[in-house]
Design a protein around this ligand. Structure first.
Ligand code: NAD
Ligand code: IPM
Ligand code: MN
Length: 362
């Protein structure tokens, strides 16, 4: 029997609902397998601003650093109209998420996107493409690039202007490339590196370094793809992708696109990893302010993120598999939350979905 200390960053919007759901699943797994998961909540994002004036209190960083792993819901308010939009840039809710990723050294973000057989009817792609299925592992660089480059305002040729800088060091590209090749070795030995090397100098360095690293992995096939083409190929032929490696911003955008061809963004988990066993596990979606507080959110992205925590941080492979199997069983039984319930299907609430999955845990 083992105890694991988990820092909970519930955050804003649907964050509390989906994190509570995943925690309920974890506790049930703990009971079945004889582990305890000691969960301690900390404030992050808008709720932290409301309570303390800042989005990422020191207590939160310290709590995460002292934990075995972190489970995050989401941060931020309604796009374009929320009380935190008035905050100075360094005090926005989203800045806290960048801050905690950086503080924990989480330079890798694994975002798996696969088509569940039960959700084939929810994939918006052509029938013959859906029939073939797909299983993609997106490896998104998470602590560099334009998210962390120099930015500001200045006087330019046409008056006031704003700038953000995309910057990658060789070291940052090399370490994420290694993660991608190692990941590919455990999968179908195929890496597609996505860049914009026909225009961006940072992408030219990216491509150079990825090819340098590839020499250590002669058993893995490497293909370069430009990001605009990649956006198109994801809907034309998603099956060609095994492991994708790309920069922070391209990975952010392409993973939302990839999520929709699985049926719903409410399905996609992620693992944010660094050099230690401590990771942060987070659904790829946001705080969904449009459905917050209504018990309507799909908690599966967060439940599957918790499963990734068991697998990557705690080496609890059977327990992780048990959660994934329960999600499969839930989908195969035809249960759906509102994001996936088509015509004639009565949607389950977030809590009902959670109860069903818990009941299906083997
Ligand atoms: P979003 O992902 O929150 O929502 C986009 C759409 O998907 C909405 O219609 C929403 O209802 C739906 N959706 C998302 N998750 C769902 C779920 N689990 N179940 C059912 N439906 C779901 O993206 P957005 O609207 O662009 O952003 C809203 C806020 O979230 C912004 O403040 C943004 O900055 C923030 N955000 C945070 C994170 C994060 O914390 N990791 C990620 C993305 C966006
Ligand atoms: C995500 C989110 C974040 C990102 C934002 C909220 C900072 O969109 O986790 O995908 O862009 O990384
Ligand atoms: Mn995103």
């Amino acid at each position: 029997p083992m105890n694991f200390n988990i820092a909970l960053l519930r955050g804003d919007g649907i964050g509390p609902e989906i994190v509570d759901s995943a925690v309920a699943v974890l506790h049930k797994i703990g009971k079945k397998y004889g582990h305890t998961f000691t969960c301690t909540p900390y404030l992050i994002g808008g709720c932290a601003i409301d309570a303390t004036g800042i989005p990422l209190p020191k207590e939160t960083i310290d709590g995460c650093l002292a934990s075995d792993s972190v489970l995050l819901g989401a941060v931020g308010g309604a796009v374009g109209h929320n009380k935190w939009d008035q905050m100075p840039p360094h005090l926005r809710p989203e800045k806290a998420l960048l801050g905690i990723r950086e503080a924990l050294g989480l330079f890798t973000n694994l975002r798996p996107a696969k088509l569940y057989p039960a959700l084939k009817g929810d994939c918006p792609l052509r029938e013959d493409i859906v029939a073939k299925g797909f299983d993609i592992m997106m490896v998104r660089e998470l602590t560099g690039g334009i998210y962390f480059g120099e930015r500001g305002r200045r006087e330019g040729k046409y008056g006031e202007e704003a700038y953000d800088t995309e910057c990658y060091s060789k070291m940052e590209v090399e370490r994420i490339a290694r993660v991608a090749f190692e990941t590919a070795r455990k999968r179908n030995k195929n890496v597609i590196s996505i860049d914009k090397a026909n225009v961006l100098e940072s992408s030219r360095l990216w491509r150079e370094v990825v090819h340098e690293v590839a020499k250590d992995y002669p058993d893995v096939t490497l293909t370069d793809m430009l990001v605009d083409n990649a956006a198109m190929q994801l809907v034309k032929n998603p099956r060609q992708f095994d492991v994708v490696v790309t920069s922070n911003m391209f990975g952010d955008i392409l993973s939302d696109e990839a999520s929709q061809i699985t049926g719903s963004i409410g399905m996609l988990p992620s693992a944010s990893l660094g050099a230690t066993k401590r990771g942060m596990y987070e659904p790829i979606h946001g705080s969904a302010p449009d459905i917050a507080g209504q018990n309507k959110a799909n908690p599966i992205a967060t439940i599957l993120s918790a499963a990734m925590m068991l697998r990557y941080s705690f080496d609890l492979m059977d327990e992780a598999q048990a959660i994934e199997d329960a999600v499969d069983a839930y989908l195969n039984a035809g249960y759906r939350t509102a994001d996936l319930a088509g015509e004639g299907v009565t949607p389950l609430s977030c809590t009902e979905c959670t109860e069903k999955i818990i009941a299906l845990l083997k």
